[in-house]
Design a protein around this ligand. Structure first.
Ligand SMILES: C[S@@+](CC[C@H](N)C(=O)[O-])C[C@H]1O[C@@H](n2cnc3c(N)ncnc32)[C@H](O)[C@@H]1O
Length: 270
């Protein structure tokens, strides 16, 4: 969710085509802002799972990645893809937004860590069945597609049996609050059970940003429905002394309730 929009945001129907156009347009046009605002915290070669500051080098949710074929979906500027490459993984970073991938390509030059980047949609991954040992994303792709159950099935398809799928997203309970890192974000005003998309529109009334809410139960049902086994659900706690504010994530709120959910899942071997 976002806090500022030219027209009043609403929750209501939006077509899959409007969603795709809004996502691509939003992330293309916001890519510079996003990197200017969060680039330092995200780092150049760094796998950050969430605004709480949990990094893969300490969390090790992907297991040993050396020599593994790893797909990062919704990679954005691909700091995590580059970190995985440095660890010895055979990586691919995929994103819907050419604007974000332009930042990824520039950062590859700056850092000297060149990784394959693919323009694509999590709903139609351009890879054969069983191409990867691991798939992952930090806040990429999943919250932005209407049919997230189909996204889970698509990730399942490109993983080999025994492969792992780990993704972080805004914790579903945040849906009940305003997107406000301060006191205004401490009061429940929306129903947790309201699954209507959050939609911002431009001056012409065209959807320009769309984000989807699923309850914890919905997410687990999507994963299990696709065939995954859920191994863990991590709700990172706000660390003592961590003062970084990222959008609606803040120390004030982080000390009271979770801001991120990380799903650790596996495709069964048979
Ligand atoms: C919040 S950003 C996260 C980027 C990156 N993972 C990070 O940690 O900075 C969300 C990303 O998901 C991408 N995205 C949105 N919809 C997508 C889709 N359907 N398929 C693939 N990527 C998508 C956006 O283009 C954007 O780069």
């Amino acid at each position: 969710m976002r806090s500022a929009a030219p027209c009043k945001p609403y929750r209501g129907p939006v077509t899959p085509e409007e969603i795709r156009r809004a996502s691509r347009g939003w992330w293309d046009s916001d890519a510079d802002n996003y990197q200017a605002e969060h680039g330092d915290f995200l780092g150049m070669v760094n796998f950050l799972w969430c605004p709480e500051g949990l990094r893969e080098n300490e969390a090790r949710l992907l297991g040993d990645v050396r020599g593994r074929r790893v797909l990062e979906v919704g990679c954005g500027a691909a700091a995590a893809t580059r970190w995985l490459a440095i660890q010895g993984a055979q990586v691919v970073g995929l994103d819907l937004s050419a604007g974000m991938l332009r930042h990824a390509a520039a950062a590859a030059q700056t850092s000297g860590v060149l990784v394959p980047l693919v323009l694509g949609d999590v709903l139609a991954l351009p890879f054969p069945d069983g191409s990867f040992d691991i798939a992952c994303t930090a806040f990429g792709a999943i919250p932005f597609v209407e049919d997230s159950a189909a996204a889970m099935r698509e990730v399942y398809r490109v993983l080999r049996p025994g492969g792992r799928w780990v993704f972080s997203a805004t914790h579903p309970m945040r849906w009940i609050f305003l997107d406000d890192p301060g006191e205004g974000g401490l009061y429940a005003i929306h129903s947790y059970f309201d699954r209507r998309p959050y939609v911002e529109r431009d001056e012409a009334g065209v959807p320009s940003y769309v984000e989807q809410h699923r309850t914890l139960g919905d997410r687990i049902r999507e994963l299990v429905g696709a065939g995954f086994v859920l191994r863990d659900l991590i709700e990172p706690e706000w660390p003592e002394g961590h003062e970084v504010i990222w959008g609606q994530w803040s120390p004030l709120r982080g000390r009271l309730f979770p801001g991120t959910a990380i799903f650790v899942t596996e495709k069964p071997t048979r």
